[in-house]
Write a protein that binds this ligand. Structure first.
Ligand code: PMP
Ligand code: GLN
Length: 380
């Protein structure tokens, strides 16, 4: 068989979580919480299943959930959405990203992504027959140079994929970034996918901004969110896509033949939670900021050099002061010999600069973070 994705193997998240399990290491690699979600949510899930809500959901998602999503989006971003025509529930943000890319990218199109970027964009673009064009983000702030970015736009550019808060760097778009993006999208008649799975995780009192707040941009954008991140249930694989009526209609044509619909009892459970306890979602920043601060404070006096983290649940750390290993070898060594797993930063790049930086996930119990940071401090 001639592979359609010849350069790809198992994703780094599968590799590192497997290695962590094999070596009984503390897993700060793949991004998922090690603490339970709200027990009420689990109760609602069980009740939905017991009440017989176990058959196919409607293709765009159960209406009560789409109504709750529209209330949430209006509350957070003051955007008024039509739940029937502008919100589609998906099997995780991963499905929403894949479907949006298939809907927007035609053979030969160019798609702008950042370098580094989350790993699922490029394969989805290539399966659609498109090509990714990589615009570098510079450490330590990993901000976008919009002037440089515009120089990469050609007649073939169709789409730009942005991600704020950003995985893996923790960078967050400012109001000015969103305005620059909006200007370019309108000027060059591009489409945009805004991957906002960490939308509620913005720290230090900074504003949580979204493509949903910029009406001209929003008109040409698919905004992607994930309940896995927001409700600490990554294994439920539920997310959603918000877009204009026209884009939603194209999105659904593909969604209906990728999954048709997503896990029904969890949709009802999440709808009930959002209705009865809406602050669960919007109070997340303070909760995760504590974890970020615990992790950073524990390593402050060590030889690790921590990069800024303004959002997401990832912390980048530079180990060049005490090891010459490249980041992939370093992560394997750290997992095998010291029982802490992390993700090498280079895997998120097309062209990785020579640097020694790895990514830790701090979505963990205080004891887990304490044990891991104690080991990490001893190393350096
Ligand atoms: N986008 C980004 C930036 C992510 O970090 C992730 C990983 N969770 C996803 C999308 C996929 O989210 P989901 O688990 O809901 O498919
Ligand atoms: N988004 C998660 C991360 O960046 C992992 C998702 C996955 O395992 N594919 O760690």
């Amino acid at each position: 068989l001639q592979s359609k994705l010849p350069t790809l193997g198992n994703s780094i998240f599968s590799q590192m979580s497997l290695l962590a399990a094999e070596h009984r290491a503390i897993n700060l690699s793949q991004g998922f919480p090690d603490f339970p979600s709200n027990p009420q949510l689990i109760e609602f899930l069980a009740e939905s299943a017991r009440d017989g809500l176990n058959q196919y959901a409607p293709m765009p998602g159960v209406l009560v959930l789409r109504q709750q999503i529209s209330i949430l989006v209006q509350r957070c971003y003051q955007r008024v959405l039509c739940p029937e025509q502008q919100i589609t529930v998906t099997s995780g943000a991963t499905e929403a990203l894949f479907v949006a890319i298939q809907a927007l990218v035609r053979p030969g199109d160019e798609v702008i992504v950042f370098d580094p970027a989350y790993d699922s964009y490029q394969p989805a673009v290539e399966l659609a027959g498109g090509f990714t064009v990589h615009v570098p983000l510079q450490p330590p702030l990993y901000q976008v140079d919009w002037v440089q970015l515009e120089k990469q736009i050609s007649k073939k550019t169709r789409l730009i994929i942005v991600n704020s808060p950003h995985n893996p760097t923790g960078a967050v778009f400012s109001h000015q970034d969103w305005l620059s993006l909006q200007t370019l999208v309108l000027k060059h008649r591009l489409y945009c996918i805004s991957d906002e799975v960490y939308e509620h995780l913005v720290f230090d009192g900074e504003a949580q901004l979204s493509a949903n707040q910029y009406p001209d941009l929003a008109e040409r954008t698919v905004v992607v969110s994930s309940f896995g991140k927001t409700l600490h249930v990554t294994g439920w694989k539920l997310g959603y896509a918000v877009a204009s009526v026209e884009l939603t209609s194209e999105f659904r044509k593909i969604h209906q033949y990728v999954t048709f619909s997503s896990f029904t009892p969890a949709q009802y459970a999440i709808a009930r939670l959002l209705c009865e306890q809406p602050d669960d979602v919007t109070g997340l920043a303070a909760f995760y900021q504590q974890k970020r601060d615990q992790f950073r404070q524990a390593l402050a006096a060590s030889a690790w050099s921590l990069l800024p983290c303004r959002g997401s649940y990832f912390q980048l750390a530079d180990y060049s002061a005490f090891s010459d290993l490249d980041d992939v070898a370093f992560c394997h060594w750290l997992t095998r010999e010291h029982k802490v797993a992390a993700i090498p930063l280079s895997v998120f790049y097309r062209q990785s600069p020579s640097q020694r930086i790895i990514r830790f996930c701090f979505a963990k119990e205080p004891q887990t973070l304490a044990m891991a940071t104690e080991i990490l401090c001893r190393l350096s």
